[in-house]
Design a protein around this ligand. Structure first.
Ligand SMILES: CC(C)(COP(=O)(O)OP(=O)(O)OC[C@H]1O[C@@H](n2cnc3c(N)ncnc32)[C@H](O)[C@@H]1OP(=O)(O)O)[C@@H](O)C(=O)NCCC(=O)NCCS
Length: 195
């Protein structure tokens, strides 16, 4: 059966050059459940347990009322959902947050969609939510994620040594951070189509 992943409503929350970001809807859950059980995707993520449709629905329901998280679907310009991107644990006092993302449809890895969507999310974080610092954590073997994060301006702040156990061994986790002033030149480049 062909998976239907076209957003019927046409809702757009953030509009990039290559991607659209929109709120997730209940009808997206079967596709999200498929992706979050794909170990080629989750090898790069914190999650590691099987995720039933019911558990995924619980996650989605909790998300709706959580004002300290912003989670969006990442779509192609034609509305096809390809992944999820968001920012978590927003600390409204220190004005810090931690971003995370995955493109579940692996055909779209390494084609610039992540960078485009992340620049839109960062613009929202800095210029709408008035956040001051954006953090991210990447497992050291995840070269693609490190590359796209650096593309968007994130700076390496340090390494948490041998912090996470994946595929039979412990791996370093790279701690990234980005202030608005550091990000603005990247945004200028992005707006000029030069990022
Ligand atoms: C991480 C992720 C969101 C990035 O999105 P993306 O659309 O693939 O990223 P982009 O295409 O915008 O940028 C990827 C960069 O990595 C480079 N790259 C692509 N494939 C690569 C590979 N196998 N190894 C190293 N770098 C690679 C690209 O060349 C590009 O950098 P460049 O433009 O400087 O050349 C996406 O790849 C993904 O979902 N991966 C699986 C889950 C994951 O890792 N999530 C993040 C956890 S921290």
């Amino acid at each position: 059966m062909k998976v239907k992943n076209q957003d019927a409503s046409g809702v757009v929350f953030l509009r990039g050059k290559k991607t659209l970001l929109r709120p997730l809807e209940e009808e997206d859950l079967p596709l999200l459940t498929k992706w979050i059980n794909d170990r080629e995707v989750t090898r790069y993520l914190v999650t590691y347990l099987p995720m039933s449709a019911e558990k995924e629905r619980d996650w989605f329901m909790k998300l709706k009322d959580n004002k300290d998280e912003v989670t969006l679907g990442v779509c192609l310009l034609d509305g096809t959902l390809i992944g999820v991107m968001g920012t978590h644990h927003i600390d409204w006092k220190d004005r810090i947050t931690t971003t995370g993302a995955f493109i579940g449809d692996k055909r779209y890895w390494g084609k610039g969609y992540g960078t485009d969507a992340k620049m839109q999310l960062l613009n929202y974080c800095f210029n709408t939510l008035n956040l001051r610092k954006i953090q991210s954590r990447v497992i050291a073997f995840n070269a693609r994620s490190l590359a796209y994060s650096k593309h968007c301006g994130y700076q390496i702040e340090g390494t948490s040594r041998l912090e996470t156990f994946k595929e039979g061994k412990y791996w370093d986790v790279v701690d990234l951070g980005l202030f608005r002033e550091e990000w603005l030149p990247y945004w200028e480049k992005y707006l000029k189509g030069k990022l």
